[in-house]
Design a protein around this ligand. Structure first.
Ligand SMILES: *Cc1c(COP(=O)(O)O)cnc(C)c1O
Length: 416
């Protein structure tokens, strides 16, 4: 497969932007693939090669690339203006759609990214409780701002994050309610536990039975807030996200990715008495020029309305089919590996397993994964380039399921 144009653009980009990419996970050697277009589940690169996409922009594209309903909603809005800096009915519609679906979302504030959503959710939790600390999960990711990128165990120095900031962030192991309990016993200055209900930035790690329910109980008893970071799981596992899927309602949640219909978006949502502390209703400041952008809102509303319960069922069924065919190939070739999957998210971890938390995930064999990644790329399948990311299916993958199973089969045999 010829990827000459991508190589050339990568050299050019490296001279123009650090590492040649606009976000670090996109970089891989010898060159990332420069994408020129996407339609349905297929992307095409600058050399004209087509790939079945399992990265799907890291989660937003549950309806595939350029879904007609989304495109037409966006075109219609573009002709009427793209940003006003004043309220519009478009944003009210998106907020109403979110609120209707997401159990904890009595009120919603729109922002522009998942990073913004978690940053403001944490500020809100601190404003509400008057406490300073935050508990997160090892291997959990909540965007790239200081407070949640760092933790006291990492002792940052020279990376631009203040030791003082990091000292308020405590990372515990996912799937251990005992860890949450013990940090809360030792420390009475914790404002919130923030967690992805399913770890989605350490591959895929689903919760053990009753784990989320127990964390909910513990945080309630301690009088601190539980924040679900549903930037990936929101509108992915079901219309109401992981909180509906698992039946556990947090105090606040953050969303992003799918809710923008392919445009930059984020939201924080939660119980009314907490949300009312946000400015201008309350004293916790929060603002953004592009927040509630009408184009994003039109795209997001169209996407959420398109995702009926039948579509979720279809999507999740497709995903289990693919996952069981991958598991069969691993077994047939005697490759020690674990496939973790939930809904339309899955990841293959090479090694003995099981993978129940962030430490297990980062201990898996990344070299074998890199081999699989490169082989799949040459077979015309674009996986996310890191073992600690997620393969996502969209409603448009149906016609390519056979090709995907076959490519996994062939390439797992090759690396066995
Ligand atoms: C992607 C992601 C974020 C950050 O969202 P951006 O829109 O990239 O800022 C936050 N939390 C989780 C769980 C994510 O997967």
């Amino acid at each position: 497969m010829n990827r000459e144009a991508s190589f050339r653009h990568y050299q050019g980009m490296k001279a123009l932007t650090p590492g040649g990419v606009s976000s670090p996970v996109r970089a891989f050697e010898p060159s990332p693939v420069f994408i020129s277009s996407g339609k349905g589940c297929v992307i095409t690169d600058e050399d004209g090669n087509g790939y079945v996409d399992l990265c799907m922009a890291y989660g937003p594209l549950i309806l595939g690339h350029s879904h007609p309903s989304v495109v037409s909603a966006v075109k219609k809005q573009m002709n009427n203006g793209t940003v006003f800096g004043a309220p519009s009915v478009r944003e009210m519609e998106l907020i109403a759609e979110i609120s209707k679906r997401v159990p904890c979302a009595e009120m919603v504030r729109l922002v522009n990214s998942g990073t913004e959503a978690t940053m403001h959710a944490l500020r809100l939790a601190r404003g509400y409780t008057g406490r300073r600390g935050v508990v997160k999960m090892k291997g959990g990711f909540h965007g790239s701002h200081d407070a949640l990128l760092s933790d006291i165990s990492q002792r940052p120095s020279g990376n631009g994050i203040l030791r003082e900031t990091a000292s308020f962030t405590h990372a515990v192991e996912y799937n251990s309610e005992e860890d949450v309990e013990s940090i809360l016993e030792k420390n009475d200055d914790i404002a919130a536990v923030i967690m992805e209900p399913v770890l989605g930035n350490a591959g895929v790690v689903p919760p053990k039975k009753d784990y989320l329910r127990n964390v909910r109980k513990i945080t309630k008893n301690e009088g601190i807030l539980l924040i679900f970071d549903e930037v990936i799981t929101g509108f992915r596992l079901s219309a109401g996200g992981a909180q509906e899927f698992y039946g556990v309602t947090p105090d606040l949640c953050t969303m992003g990715k799918i809710m923008g219909g392919g445009f930059p978006a984020g939201a924080l949502a939660g119980k009314r008495d907490i949300m009312q502390l946000l400015s201008p209703a309350g004293p916790v400041y929060q603002a953004g020029t592009f927040s509630g952008n009408p184009v994003t809102a039109a795209a997001g509303t169209a996407a959420l309305r398109e995702m009926t319960n039948e579509k979720y069922e279809y999507l999740n069924r497709m995903s289990s089919e693919l996952v069981s065919s991958i598991s069969d190939s691993l077994e047939d070739n005697g490759i020690p590996a674990t496939v973790n999957a939930v809904g339309s998210m899955f990841q293959v971890f090479f090694g003995p397993g099981p993978v129940n938390n962030g430490t297990d995930a980062s201990g898996c064999n990344r070299k074998v994964f890199a081999d699989l990644f490169r082989n799949m790329l040459d077979s015309g399948v674009y996986l996310p380039p890191s073992a600690l990311e997620v393969n996502f299916l969209s409603t448009e993958h149906g016609p390519e399921l056979g090709k995907l199973s076959e490519a996994f089969g062939t390439n797992l045999r090759r690396i066995a």
